[in-house]
Design a protein around this ligand. Structure first.
Ligand SMILES: [Zn+2]
Length: 157
């Protein structure tokens, strides 16, 4: 992505301070534009993009360490039955070089970010009983959340 493309995006976002609700793509673009500096300036840094307004607002992350740029999402891993541990789950990796910097590859990074957002959103299903959108880590089966599985099927964890 060229510098003036980034400038255009910024202009577009500044202009819409009104009632228009930005799409997820516009939100992701704006967030990336505002936060990508962090990756460049700080060693081994991670930036998080929460999907505000969607289900339990899952987080997508981008981290850069040793010229390896990683894009993925945060998922809960159950090391013990009562305490899930939020853990990075990597979906895509890109290799940065001195010739191909984070700034030069903003457009590609945005593409992978959007793919990651879509794939994480697709994992959510509405629980048959309570109707809440739940991720696979918090479901007993494809359409029952943990709480409802305990209540309706007597499943104990
Ligand atoms: Zn439920």
């Amino acid at each position: 992505m060229q510098r003036n493309d980034l400038f255009m995006i910024k202009q577009r976002l500044v202009k819409k301070g009104d009632m228009i609700v930005p799409s997820i793509k516009q939100k992701a673009e704006a967030w990336l534009f505002q936060n990508i500096e962090t990756l460049r300036l700080y060693r081994d840094s991670t930036i998080y993009f929460p999907l505000v307004g969607f289900a339990d607002e899952p987080k997508i992350y981008i981290s850069l360490s040793n010229q390896e740029l990683e894009i993925g999402y945060i998922k809960d891993i159950w090391y013990s039955p009562c305490s899930p541990e939020p853990t990075k789950y990597r979906k895509h990796v890109m290799y940065m070089t001195d010739h191909l910097s984070v700034e030069d590859q903003t457009e590609q990074i945005l593409g992978l970010l959007l793919k990651t957002i879509q794939s994480r959103k697709r994992q959510y299903r509405s629980c048959l009983f309570c109707g809440i959108k739940v991720n696979p880590e918090h479901r007993y089966d494809k359409d029952t959340c943990h709480g409802c599985a305990t209540y309706h099927y007597g499943i104990k964890y």
